[in-house]
Write a protein that binds this ligand. Structure first.
Ligand code: C2E
Ligand code: MG
Ligand code: MG
Ligand code: MG
Length: 293
């Protein structure tokens, strides 16, 4: 009985691998078409200044529209995109699209906030990244200060020297650099010391624990102090509740991003969010709403 069970399991496993390989190849060819068919989209998640309640940035997050109408998040396709090298053209599209959106907002009188774009290790090692960014900005006559890039610590495992040179060059252009998912990668503190960065983003996995776990709270507190010691502002990611915001504000965290304020929004909804928050910072708005009888 036991043997039969084991045998079945192996069979299942083997056919599972086969299906997985097939799925991978299909995915790769669909991704190639995705660019031509313009089925990629960017969603924008607002970043809120915890003092003023104002929108001080938006993170551009990649989505992939499926033929059945569903929309996939990066966890479902980014791995394959990176593995087969498509991250270079896709990443270029992300930068161009973020700039086109900024230009559209500017032309339509929507209050602007800098847009942060995630870049992967592969893109950072490619010489065309700086050129692509410069061209996207210049082509639309956008100031570089409206664009930021987010790198993770895992981006840095390959070639520290090259990455440092790249970030230095981008910052000289006026493009901001954020260290994403801080604390989740390998040798975080080394990176902090070596990289020219303007901002640190605390990963949701740390923010999640601040209310229930004293050591979780201590870690976030220390991260904020560390960032401030280095003279850079901190963004807390994955903020989902008012209580978390209260804690973060008490700890002098600068900026918050998370479902509590808004999910990553399609462009039209992001536009509405920017318009709604231009005169009524979210903290003021929320405060007023809470005191309604
Ligand atoms: P990330 O850059 O750390 O982005 C933050 C992730 O946290 C996003 O997941 C966002 O939807 C999610 N998030 C935001 N607020 C909350 C919250 O309150 N609670 C929870 N549980 N999650 C929250 P998403 O959009 O699935 O993106 C996952 C990762 O994919 C990103 O992590 C980033 O590393 C990568 N990624 C996204 N877009 C791009 C892109 O255009 N290029 C590259 N290279 N990577 C991208
Ligand atoms: Mg990010
Ligand atoms: Mg992150
Ligand atoms: Mg991440």
């Amino acid at each position: 009985r036991c043997k039969a069970k084991g045998g079945r399991r192996f069979e299942f496993h083997a056919s599972g691998m086969h299906a997985w390989t097939r799925e991978w190849l299909t995915l790769e060819s669909r991704l190639r078409h995705g660019l031509e068919e313009e089925s990629f989209v960017l969603h924008y998640q607002p970043q809120i200044d915890l003092d003023s309640g104002r929108v001080v940035g938006l993170e551009a997050l990649l989505r992939w529209r499926q033929p059945d109408g569903s929309v996939w998040g990066p966890s479902r396709f980014l791995g394959v995109t990176e593995a087969c090298g498509l991250i270079l053209p896709v990443g270029r599209w992300v930068i161009q699209q973020a700039c086109r959106q900024l230009a559209w907002w500017r032309e339509n009188g929507v209050p602007l906030a800098p847009v942060s774009v995630n870049v992967s290790a592969r893109q950072c090692l490619d010489r065309s990244l700086v050129h692509d960014i410069a061209q996207a900005l210049q082509g639309l006559d956008l100031p570089a200060s409206l664009l930021k890039i987010e790198v993770t610590e895992s981006t840095a495992t390959s070639d520290l020297g090259q990455l440092k040179a790249l970030l230095t060059e981008l910052r000289a252009m006026g493009v901001g650099v954020s260290l994403d998912d801080f604390g989740t990668g390998y040798s975080s503190l080394t990176h902090l010391k070596r990289f020219p960065i303007d901002q640190i983003k605390i990963d949701p996995s740390f923010v999640r624990d601040i209310l229930h776990d004293p050591s979780g709270a201590a870690i976030v507190q220390a991260m904020i102090a560390l960032a401030h010691g280095l003279g850079v502002p901190v963004v807390a990611e994955g903020v989902e509740s008012e209580q978390q915001i209260a804690f973060l504000r008490q700890q002098r965290c600068d900026i918050a991003q998370g479902y509590h304020y808004a999910r990553p929004l399609p462009a039209r909804e992001a536009t509405r969010f920017l318009l709604q928050h231009q005169h009524s910072p979210s903290t003021v708005y929320r405060g007023a709403a809470q005191t309604q009888p």
